[in-house]
Design a protein around this ligand. Structure first.
Ligand SMILES: [Zn+2]
Length: 414
């Protein structure tokens, strides 16, 4: 914490509560916000604020960051307007930064997706930060398509993928690909040197292929172990999920709805890889985060259409499933539920769960110098929860957005 002189500038906002720091919870503390950033925090005498928000008895966390989601409430990445809807919905779920994700799309749709993301950034008023976009595909092993439409999947080719990279410059932050495809090593190198995170996914890579991908710069695994071979059901395919665990350079996305990955498997990942290598994602679809149907409507699940036209039903308990085949295509949770699952079903501490839902995603986006932690100099992107982990308030850049209005205590002495 920095030492303040008597002439310290007045801060805009002082937030009181229990602060979830990287290694501990600082009880009965304050956090000062100035110019949208965390100015300082502590338990001793705070700076003089213009405004105080009293969240004593609640926990203040770094805002959640979702790097893999295909929709939220009524928003999806099919248009700039859909992305804006996702941005506006996110804070209602404690999420302060998102990376909208497109899968099963044509080359032209990916190009338009990048343009739409730029338009959405310009057109968004309030809401979460758009931290970039995630291209899940198209360079995916068709054998590992799982929920994706195989018609869109292919091997990298230099003309096409360099156009994707150029057009995505500044907005494309993560690309998921299968490293066993011909041309993948060249693409991973190109992605890495452009500052795009190369993520191994929908893959049946062998151990040497995973190693080669790591050596050329891959640093993430897409929704581990989903869409990787299942050794018991696919004994002819390599155990890519196990190989990915072996490389400390690889961070693992985990869909934490407790449907995609059973609790015991999440425990195994946490044990083998460690908390620092795990990042929570939702892989959520449009329809996620909507309030459950009224009792009169139960039994009838809401049905939405994917960007490729296929219909799926949204079930908060069982996830999003294709109507015709029942195949699981995404989750129906938000990161707030993922966070709760980490604390209640996995028995993680609040700092550990915050690391998985905020710190590690920020690091994977190379934004850890300004996001993902309660630390002076970082953006004041905050999620406030009560003791039962219900959302109380969300702040993006020190501005409260989404969530119920807290009690305000103007110019109160603390
Ligand atoms: Zn996905």
């Amino acid at each position: 914490m920095r030492t303040r002189e008597k002439s310290a500038p007045q801060v805009e906002l002082l937030i009181l509560g229990d602060l979830v720091l990287p290694s501990r919870v600082l009880r009965d503390a304050w956090l000062a916000v100035r110019d949208g950033h965390i100015y300082d925090l502590g338990t001793s005498r705070p700076p003089q604020p213009k405004r105080v928000l009293d969240f004593r008895g609640h926990v203040v966390l770094p805002g959640f960051i979702d790097v893999h989601l295909h929709g939220l409430e009524y928003g999806d990445p099919a248009s700039a307007e859909g992305i804006v809807r996702m941005l506006e919905a996110a804070p209602r779920h404690g999420v302060t930064g998102i990376v909208p994700t497109l899968a099963s799309a044509t080359h032209e749709q990916y190009l338009r997706f990048f343009d739409d993301a730029r338009l959405a950034t310009a057109g968004s008023i309030g809401g979460a930060r758009l931290l970039g976009v995630h291209a899940e595909g198209p360079y995916i092993n068709p054998r590992m398509a799982r929920g994706m439409d195989p018609a869109y999947l292919r091997s990298p080719n230099p003309d096409e993928d360099s156009q994707l990279l150029e057009h995505g410059s500044g907005v494309l932050k993560i690309m998921t690909l299968s490293p066993e495809l011909p041309g993948a090593a060249r693409l991973v190198r190109a992605l890495t040197s452009s500052g795009v995170t190369a993520s191994i996914g929908h893959s049946a890579a062998t151990r040497p292929q995973v190693r080669a991908a790591v050596e050329t710069g891959a640093s993430q695994v897409c929704h581990w172990p989903n869409a990787l071979p299942k050794p018991d059901l696919e004994p002819d395919l390599p155990d890519t999920a196990a190989f990915c665990l072996e490389f400390p350079e690889l961070a693992l996305e985990l869909i934490l709805d407790l449907v995609h990955v059973p609790v015991e498997r999440i425990r195994l990942a946490l044990e083998k890889a460690g908390v620092e290598r795990v990042l929570a994602v939702t892989d959520a679809m449009r329809g996620a985060g909507l309030r459950p149907a009224r009792p009169a409507e139960t039994g009838r699940l809401p049905v939405f259409k994917m960007t490729d036209g296929r219909a799926y039903s949204v079930d908060p308990k069982r996830g999003c499933r294709l109507v015709d085949t029942g195949v699981l295509v995404g989750s129906a949770i938000t990161l707030l539920e993922a966070f709760r699952n980490l604390v209640t079903a996995l028995d993680l501490s609040l700092p550990q769960a915050a690391q998985i839902c905020s710190t590690n995603p920020a690091r994977q986006l190379r934004l850890d110098d300004r996001l993902g932690k309660l630390a002076p100099g970082h953006f004041a992107d905050l999620t406030v929860l009560d003791r039962d982990l219900n959302l109380v308030a969300t702040f993006v850049g020190g501005q409260q957005t989404g969530g119920p209005e807290p009690e305000q205590a103007h110019n109160r002495r603390v």
